[in-house]
Each structure stands twice: as structure tokens, then as C-alpha cells.
Design a binder for this molecule. Structure first.
Ligand code: AMP
Length: 294
């Protein structure tokens, strides 16, 4: 397994692989790898002749009061996971490599620049402004910016993302379509702990008590799924049921919303495919989870 830290080394490696006719599968991450990431990597291993993992905690997708500096960085452990999943190349640039000072975003929001505003998100404002977009201004612009850069550096044939970040997945689908980026985006189902909690690098922030309380997220979605299975699927009632369960553990709710799976517009009438999505704070940790009704 090779570890590459510069854009030119990564692009040279890609060029060689493509000349040899090898298909490249790519899994972008912020590290602190867990089984959720490993499922993407194993799926990528099947879809590509070569498998590239990127590990980069991307500053442009964090707000000024968010957890960029304390985001868990566990590079050595990540390498062990990567080897176990058959990764060929770990792309691990530092911030200066991806955002040299000369091109560091410097608009008033401080996090995006003209090219990326224009190219990546103007066409997807409708998607970016829903759900998490309302609570994390600039977040998806930062995600789109780094993913677009990584796509141009790694030039994969296939890129894999988790449905855990459903809105992110939809925005990337849209970006790839709008910009005619020649690759296939593959979404993979949420990987959960045995007790149901969605795996997340941010779960490491939770105290033992908050970890117990956080179970309410997946439990509330499970309850909603049971209601849907029983034909009881009025959007307002589903959201109220989830809200009640989250309120009972004193979570601070950012949103509970049943949305159209393609447009992410809130639904007033039941339809499929739809997504019931949650963002809520348990203690000082913001967690997201969702369930897709196909
Ligand atoms: P992150 O490192 O949090 O940026 O995540 C990297 C990728 O892993 C994203 O595509 C996430 O959606 C995906 N991912 C993270 N947690 C999970 C999970 N529990 N199940 C499935 N995919 C996940």
C-alpha cells in the first residue's frame, strides 16, 4: 500500500493506472475510520482494479464554531484498516497542499471561492439549502469544493459514498451530472452498531451516558419504519413520533423531516422514495441519521 501526499504524485499514479487500463475505485473520507468506511472500501475493492482512499479533514466544510480542530485524527489506526480492506493508495495531503495560501478561499463567508460557488453549487442551491444546509451554512459548498478537487486529482472511474450522509450523496450525484464529471457515484447503505446507532467518527465524542441517549435517534427511526409498515404514514405524524422520542432524551433537535428522496423537499403527503432525516444534538455532539423508504 502506498501513501501519497502530493497532488502531482497522486495524478502521476492515476495516469499510470489509466494507461494500464485499470479501473480506479475511490473512497473519500476524513479518517478516523470505522466499519462504515470499511464497507465502502470493500465495495470499492470489488468495483475497481485499484482502490484509492483519501484521508483529509477538510477545513472548508467546517463552520467557524464547529469541530475542525478537535475532529479525531487517527492516521496510524486508519492505515491498519486500509490495509485490511485492500487499499492500494492512501492519498493524505495536508491542508496547504490542497488549499495553497494563494488560492485559499477568501470571500466574505471565508469558505468558498468564486469557481466553486459557480461550478459546484449554484446549480444545486435547492439541495444545499434543505436539511443540514439550514443549520450549517457553507458546509455543502465546502464538501462540493473538496470532492470536486479530489475527483480531479484522483480521477476515479467510481466513487463511493455512504447514505448516512444522504444530502451529501444527493449533492454529489447532482454535481457529477451537472458538470459532466466522467465517473459513477455509488451510494452504500448505513452501517450501524449492533444496538442500532449509526456508525460515525463523531460517536467518539459521546460520553457513556450520551452514547446511551443517542440510541434514541435510530430507535425513533425504527419506530417510524414500523408505523410505515403498518400503513400509518402521514408525514406530520411520523415526524411527531420521532420528535417525541428525541425530546424524551432531551436531545436538541435541528430538524426531523420527511423529504422527497430526489429533491429533498419536505413532504406534506406520503410518497416514495422518501427519506426521514434527523439532525439532533446529544450533549455537545451533533448527530445525523436517516431511513430511506424506497
Ligand atoms: P466521513 O469520514 O465522515 O467524511 O465519511 C466518509 C464517507 O463514509 C462518507 O461517504 C460517509 O457517508 C461514509 N460513512 C460514514 N459513516 C457511515 C456509516 N455509518 N455507514 C455508511 N457510510 C458511512
Amino acid at each position: 500500500m502506498q501513501i501519497l501526499t502530493t497532488i502531482s504524485d497522486m495524478q502521476n499514479w492515476t495516469q499510470g493506472a489509466r494507461v494500464r487500463g485499470e479501473r480506479i475505485a475511490f473512497v473519500p473520507t476524513m479518517g478516523c475510520l470505522h466499519e462504515g468506511h470499511c464497507v465502502l472500501l470493500r465495495e470499492g475493492r470489488k468495483l475497481g482494479d485499484k482502490l484509492v482512499l483519501s484521508i483529509f479533514v477538510n477545513p472548508t466544510q467546517f463552520g467557524p464554531n464547529e469541530d475542525f480542530s478537535r475532529y479525531p485524527r487517527t492516521f496510524e489506526a486508519d492505515l491498519a484498516h486500509a490495509r485490511g480492506c485492500g487499499v492500494d493508495v492512501v492519498f493524505h495531503p495536508d491542508v496547504e497542499e490542497l488549499y495553497p495560501k494563494s488560492v485559499l478561499p477568501s470571500t466574505s463567508s471565508g469558505r468558498t471561492d468564486l469557481w466553486f460557488d459557480t461550478l459546484t453549487t449554484n446549480g444545486a442551491e435547492d439541495l444545499c439549502n434543505q436539511l443540514c444546509g439550514k443549520f450549517r451554512p457553507g458546509h455543502f459548498q465546502g464538501v462540493a469544493m473538496v470532492v470536486a478537487k479530489l475527483f480531479l486529482i484522483v480521477q476515479p472511474h467510481t466513487a463511493l459514498f455512504g447514505e448516512k450522509d444522504y444530502q451529501q450523496l444527493q449533492i454529489i450525484h447532482r454535481m457529477v451530472a451537472d458538470l459532466n464529471i466522467p465517473l459513477e457515484v455509488v451510494g452504500c447503505p448505513i452501517v450501524r452498531e449492533p444496538d442500532g446507532i449509526a456508525m460515525s467518527s463523531r460517536n467518539t465524542y459521546l460520553s457513556a451516558t450520551d452514547r446511551q441517549r443517542a440510541l434514541a435517534l435510530s430507535q425513533s427511526l425504527k419506530r417510524a419504519a414500523e408505523m410505515v409498515a403498518a400503513g400509518d404514514h402521514h408525514p406530520e405524524k411520523l415526524c411527531q413520533t420521532v420528535t417525541d422520542i428525541l425530546t424524551a432524551i432531551e436531545a436538541r433537535i435541528d430538524y426531523v423531516s420527511l423529504v422527497d428522496a430526489d429533491t429533498l423537499e419536505p413532504l406534506t403527503h406520503w410518497k416514495t422514495p422518501s427519506v426521514l432525516a434527523i439532525a439532533a444534538w446529544v450533549g455537545k455532539t451533533r448527530l445525523i441519521d436517516n431511513i430511506i423508504f424506497r
